[in-house]
Ligand binder design. Structure first.
Ligand code: F6P
Length: 330
């Protein structure tokens, strides 16, 4: 790493994707490679997240190596959840590997765990920039992350189909969405699908309240009832369905876990644009030595948010969405 006064002269960048894959991660990789190459930088793709970083799995990527990936889901670099990266030994090994091959700085794309890993490297003196990429939308500091919009579109399409069967058979469907401890996908899905009820970890309503809502919908002459349940809700889906089905609510209850379907698929136009902007911005910040930050979307502006502020916290959920879906689904 060459330094001039206090500045690093950036000649090469590493890029990795880590944690749960999210649609748009390939657009991030392409963006970093193309923007970096346009500035005359060498760009190394790091395979398999932080595990690959620690093992030195690097591949020099040119502009043509990232052709035809903008529209593809998943991540062509691969991803991983690396326990070693949580240790000082793993972090030191990662830095040693990057120094050996001559990577001057690293751009990491993923969720909270990825930003935590990036911050650990930064605190040990290695220049890092984060790009938020996760369908959960739980990363603090940014209004949204790469992958969220596509996941919501996927969920919307699935619920539209489930609603056909729900109406034909006069059923209540309890639909589980991902999000780990965050109810964002569930609460937003309720609005896009006209869902009558939302079960989220941030404001968990009781099964009795859910039962009342379902029974009420039946009595008001609704043909079906859609309940969105975040994976972080304190009860398991099977248990929720079992309890509701044992009550006489008018509708019979069925459960569906949308599971990993939500993580796959071609990224939406919004996610392609967001990913491209974030990648372009991250390369620009790298050249200008703005490290230890994450590209955050705030009021349509790319804002540098310190990684140390991002980690260990979660983006706050706007509970007003719950009220909106409750009122509008009546
Ligand atoms: O962070 C994305 C996510 O899909 C969460 O919604 C979910 O809790 C978790 O990853 C599942 O992780 P894994 O892919 O390791 O099963």
């Amino acid at each position: 790493m060459e330094q001039q006064e206090n500045n690093i002269i950036v000649r090469s960048i590493g890029v990795l994707t880590s944690g749960g894959d999210a649609p748009g991660m390939n657009a991030v990789i392409r963006g970093v490679v193309r923007a970096g190459s346009a500035k005359g930088l060498k760009v190394y793709g790091v395979k398999n997240g932080y595990t690959g970083l620690i093992n030195g799995e690097f591949e020099l990527l040119g502009k043509r190596d990232v052709s035809n990936i903008l529209h593809r889901g998943g991540t062509v670099l691969g991803s991983d959840r690396s326990p070693e990266m949580k240790t000082q030994k793993g972090q030191r090994e990662a830095i040693r590997m990057m120094n050996n091959i001559g990577i001057d700085c690293l751009i990491v794309c993923g969720g909270d765990g990825t930003m935590t890993g990036g911050n650990a490297l930064f605190e040990q003196g290695f220049p890092v920039i984060g790009i938020p990429g996760t369908i959960d939308n739980d990363v603090w500091g940014t209004s949204t992350c790469v992958g969220v919009d596509t996941a919501l579109n996927t969920i919307t399409e699935a619920i539209d189909k489930i609603r056909d069967t729900a109406a034909s058979h006069r059923r209540a469907y309890i639909i589980e969405t991902m999000g780990r401890d965050c109810g964002y996908l569930a609460i937003q899905s309720a609005i896009v699908s006209g869902g009558e009820c939302v079960l989220i970890p941030e404001n968990p309503i009781s099964i009795e309240e859910v039962a009342d809502t379902i029974e009420n919908a039946y009595k008001r002459g609704k043909k079906h009832c859609i309940v969105l349940m975040a994976e972080g809700y304190p009860l398991k889906l099977d248990e929720v369905v079992r309890q509701l089905d044992a009550m006489d609510l008018g509708f019979t209850a069925r459960g569906i876990n949308l599971s990993y379907v939500q993580r796959g698929g071609s990224p939406s136009a919004f996610d392609r644009i967001l990913a491209s902007r974030m990648a372009f911005t991250a390369v620009d910040w790298a050249i200008n030595n703005q490290f230890g930050v994450m590209t955050a979307l705030r009021s349509d502006t790319m804002t540098p948010v310190p990684l140390k502020d991002v980690i260990g916290k979660h983006r706050e959920l706007n509970l007003q969405y719950m009220e909106i879906s409750n009122v509008l689904s009546r």
